[in-house]
Design a protein around this ligand. Structure first.
Ligand SMILES: NC(=O)c1ccc[n+]([C@@H]2O[C@H](COP(=O)([O-])OP(=O)(O)OC[C@H]3O[C@@H](n4cnc5c(N)ncnc54)[C@H](OP(=O)(O)O)[C@@H]3O)[C@@H](O)[C@H]2O)c1
Length: 252
């Protein structure tokens, strides 16, 4: 254990499960004073704060709903907190065949993955300290054409684009903005969002064992450690990049 995040205050959207939960856990292990985690399900958030302890504050907040994001901001303000790190991480990944995708399917993906990231960071901006770090969870899908994920792939390309623009636009405040692009990672997204059953998850794991250069699907903790690198002073000259954390799959 180290105390790289001692006295730091962070927000992790989508912090109730998966990668976001692991990020919150790692921040607290490394000394963070307060970590606001958000999600839509109160049950998942309650389970998460029970595991994370009193440094975690659960906030039921849908990134699609601007009022919810504003309420998150007001809660942080009322606690007299300012933000050292923001992880705009909440996202969904739904498979849809091109030709059969409805307007609602398309809008759901873009509302959560793109609009949600945009308005989370924009709304929290006044609370983000000068010199702070913002990390946007993109995906290796931001630059590939994975089948039946057209809307998702495009949404993650938009997120990657935000990191470039905001790194430029926030230069006056020395706020670093980077994109984090995980590869295949074993999280509840596989059941809840991709709607894979156990057999399909096992097949994906077998495929990863054969295809990913490191020979397995990531655990969320392995993505979180890269996310914390971007958030930390170790990355103090790293700005506007996409850090791919995928066991090498997108390099071959
Ligand atoms: N797992 C992978 O292989 C992989 C690969 C590349 C990128 N990613 C990206 O990593 C991020 C985290 O995914 P994960 O794999 O950790 O999935 P996960 O376990 O399903 O976590 C998603 C988190 O986002 C929250 N969330 C979803 N929609 C939300 C909304 N509208 N408002 C607020 N919170 C919302 C979920 O809580 P509620 O459902 O309760 O709202 C949950 O906390 C996503 O952006 C995903 O696209 C994942």
């Amino acid at each position: 254990m180290n105390d790289k995040f001692a006295n730091k205050v962070a927000v992790v959207t989508g912090g109730s499960t998966g990668i976001g939960f692991s990020i919150a856990e790692a921040l607290i292990t490394q000394g963070a004073k307060r970590v606001y985690i958000t999600g839509r399900s109160e049950t998942s958030l309650t389970r998460a704060v029970t595991a994370l302890g009193s440094a975690a504050i659960a906030v039921v907040s849908d990134v699609v709903n601007l009022r919810d994001i504003q309420q998150l901001r007001e809660l942080i303000e009322n606690n007299d907190d300012q933000l050292d790190v923001v992880f705009a991480n909440a996202g969904i990944c739904e498979k849809r065949v091109f030709g059969e995708t409805t307007e609602q399917d398309f809008d759901r993906t873009f509302d959560i993955n793109v609009k949600g990231v945009f308005f989370t960071v924009q709304t929290l901006l006044p609370l983000i300290k000068d010199g702070a770090s913002v990390i946007l969870t993109s995906s290796i899908c931001s630059s590939n054409g994975m089948l039946e994920l057209g809307a998702y792939n495009a949404s993650k390309a938009a997120v990657r684009s935000f990191a470039r623009t905001w790194a430029n636009e926030l230069r006056g405040r020395k706020i670093r903005v980077n994109a984090l692009s995980p590869g295949f990672t074993r999280t509840p997204l596989m059941e809840n969002s991709l709607k894979l059953n156990q057999q399909q998850i096992d097949e994906l794991a077998d495929w990863a064992a054969q295809t990913v250069p490191l020979g397995y699907m990531a655990q969320p903790e392995e993505i979180a450690s890269a996310a914390l690198f971007l958030a930390s002073d170790d990355a103090k000259y790293v700005n506007g990049i996409e850090l791919t954390v995928d066991g090498g799959i997108s390099q071959i």
